[in-house]
Ligand binder design. Structure first.
Ligand SMILES: [Zn+2]
Length: 127
């Protein structure tokens, strides 16, 4: 599985460091980068109320873990959780490799990787 260059993650980690508390950084399938960037862009509006402690792939799905401040108002918490749910939902419906939208149920699965037809072909040929 191709991974995007470390540089792209470093850029995101630098840009959104005020809401990130991920000492070891994070890496995901490269197809998720656009939706992660979109998520971080919205999430930074709630800076100060929470920190993202982990972003990872688990069983082919995106997982975003956060720590929230004790006094975070319920409506803020709900909005942050909504953004996470949205990102995780989208991640389940896009190709891990190129990021195009796919229907997870009909997509070819390579163990836990979810790939569109084009990327499946490339992967099959290189294995
Ligand atoms: Zn693809």
């Amino acid at each position: 599985m191709a991974r995007p260059t470390r540089k792209k993650y470093d850029e995101l980690e630098e840009k959104y460091k005020s809401i990130l508390d991920t000492p070891y950084g994070f890496e995901t399938p490269q197809g998720w980068l656009p939706l992660l960037e979109e998520f971080l862009e919205k999430a930074i509006n709630f800076e100060g109320w929470f920190k993202i402690v982990q972003i990872k792939e688990k069983f082919g799905g995106l997982r975003i873990y956060i720590d929230t401040e004790d006094d975070v108002p319920n409506e803020i918490r709900t909005m942050i959780e909504g953004l996470i749910a949205e990102a995780e939902f989208k991640a389940n419906r896009c190709c891990h490799e190129c990021g195009c939208s796919i229907d997870r149920d009909s997509a070819k699965k390579h163990k836990f990787y979810v790939l569109c037809d084009n990327c499946s072909v490339v992967k099959d040929e290189t294995q």
